[in-house]
Design a protein around this ligand. Structure first.
Ligand code: KE4
Length: 428
């Protein structure tokens, strides 16, 4: 069925670890080999066999305008003949910085990097350098890229120092990170009681989307803002997914909670490799060469990537887009819930705007522990059936579904119909 992809995957595994350039693409969680994608347009992907899929991965978030949006392609095509990279400042980087500062409420200064990992890693170093403290506090199930300090699992007891989340991370480094359950303010208070004066920052996904989608309980984000202020620690919002996804101002604009530093990525690159971190001027001025906290990047602010990102941001300033994305998300996720009920399948759907995920469970999903209780085997069966019906989901129960402006009602209704048949099939 996926002959060309199979051949390519065998070839790829000879030269690339696991045959992929990012682990989740290999589809190990769903026991299916990956499709090799040849091209994409709007809400559709075509694999190497020429088979068309409705895409709910959207490159893990960036493609909010749909694939190959004419305005983004035009911006790239206009920039290309002028050269691809100079390693020198360019006018478009200034435009891009201004656009981000205008859209993201808490950002007064911003530095472009090349990935979400770089953004989060740099934000952590900045917080440590600015506060003179070393401990970072994160939440289980939140993913902030693969920097050593952030690939850390919870310690033995709650509010204890972390343990390495991967070989190759020294215990000494992991031991400077605390990992707590999401949505739990009491554990947080314990951690600050124990380590308060040594905690440089809390880093959080304001809406978690790497354990499936989990929304912040009422008061959770405000609690983080208050406890960091009370203890002289910084609050870092990792908005690599939520930035420009939930609203033009991301989650901080949606919930009206202002962090000290924000990490961005994905959407701001329009599909090209772009990340950014920004925040209060007094903090960002500590970054070299204005300050002495070092961070650098050969291709940071690359003009082609800036062209794609800026073209995307210019379109996203139209708030009508977010009303449409919200309507599409509501239609899809309520439709999936109704389809599951009709098929007699227990699922929980967490969603906000054009972002959501489904869990094969009957219990509320409010943190990583409850997310892990969902039925992975049922997800695998559902994933397989949906892919056979031409619906392309993220190959893991701990990822999200993303909509773009190209997902119209007809596409959404076809997805819901396909899901009903898949729910009915796996029910048997
Ligand atoms: P990148 O280094 O992959 O650009 O960004 C890391 C990152 C940081 N913060 C958040 C909230 C993120 O979701 C990510 C990356 N997201 C994953 C999928 N959930 C990227 C997919 C992959 O790893 O291939």
């Amino acid at each position: 069925m996926d002959e060309r992809s199979k051949i390519l995957f065998e070839q790829a595994k000879k030269f690339i670890p696991g045959g992929v350039n990012s682990p989740v693409r290999a589809g190990k969680s769903v026991g299916m080999e990956p499709l090799f994608i040849n091209r994409a347009e709007g809400c559709y992907l075509w694999d190497e066999e020429g088979r068309r899929y409705i895409d709910y991965v959207c490159s893990w978030g960036p493609m909010i305008l749909g694939h190959s949006h004419p305005a983004v392609l035009k911006a790239i095509q206009e920039k290309l003949p002028l050269g691809t990279s100079f390693g020198a400042p360019t006018a478009i980087e200034v435009e891009m910085a201004e656009a981000i500062i205008q859209m993201v409420p808490s950002i007064e200064m911003v530095r472009m990097v090349n990935s979400g990992t770089e953004a989060a890693m740099s934000a952590v170093r900045l917080a440590r350098g600015y506060t003179g403290r070393n401990i970072i506090l994160k939440f289980e199930g939140c993913y902030h890229g693969h920097a050593d300090s952030l690939l850390v699992e919870a310690g033995s007891g709650v509010a204890t120092l972390g343990i390495p989340g991967s070989p190759g991370i020294p215990a000494e480094i992991a031991g400077l990170t605390i990992s707590l359950p999401y949505n739990n303010i009491d554990n947080l208070k314990d951690a600050f009681k124990r380590y308060g004066n040594d905690i440089a920052a809390i880093i959080v996904e304001p809406v978690a989307a790497n354990m499936g989608v989990i929304l912040p309980d009422a008061g959770f984000l405000t609690g983080l803002r208050n406890i960091t202020k009370e203890n002289g620690a910084l609050l870092i919002f990792d908005e690599v997914i939520t930035g420009l996804r939930l609203s033009p101002g991301g989650a901080q604009g949606y919930y009206n909670i202002m962090p000290d530093i924000t990490c961005l990525g994905k959407i701001i690159g329009g599909g090209l490799p772009v990340g950014a971190y920004g925040g209060r001027r007094d903090i960002m001025q500590k970054i070299a060469p204005e300050g002495n906290i070092y961070q650098a990047g050969t291709l940071s602010g690359n003009p082609i990537a800036m062209a794609a990102g800026l073209a995307t941001l210019k379109l996203l300033k139209d708030s009508g887009i977010y009303k449409g994305l919200e309507a599409g998300g509501n239609r899809l996720f309520t439709g999936l819930k109704d389809a599951a009920i009709k098929a007699g399948i227990n699922i929980v759907i967490n969603h906000i705007g054009s972002l959501g995920s489904l869990f094969f469970t009957g219990e509320p999903v409010i943190d990583f522990r409850s997310a892990k209780k969902s039925d992975a085997a049922l997800f695998r069966a559902f994933y397989r059936k949906m892919r056979e019906k031409g619906i392309y989901l993220a190959p893991s129960p701990f990822e999200a579904m993303f909509l773009s402006i190209a997902h119209d009602n007809d596409v959404i209704d076809r997805t819901i119909d396909a899901a009903y048949h898949c729910f009915s099939d796996i029910k048997k």
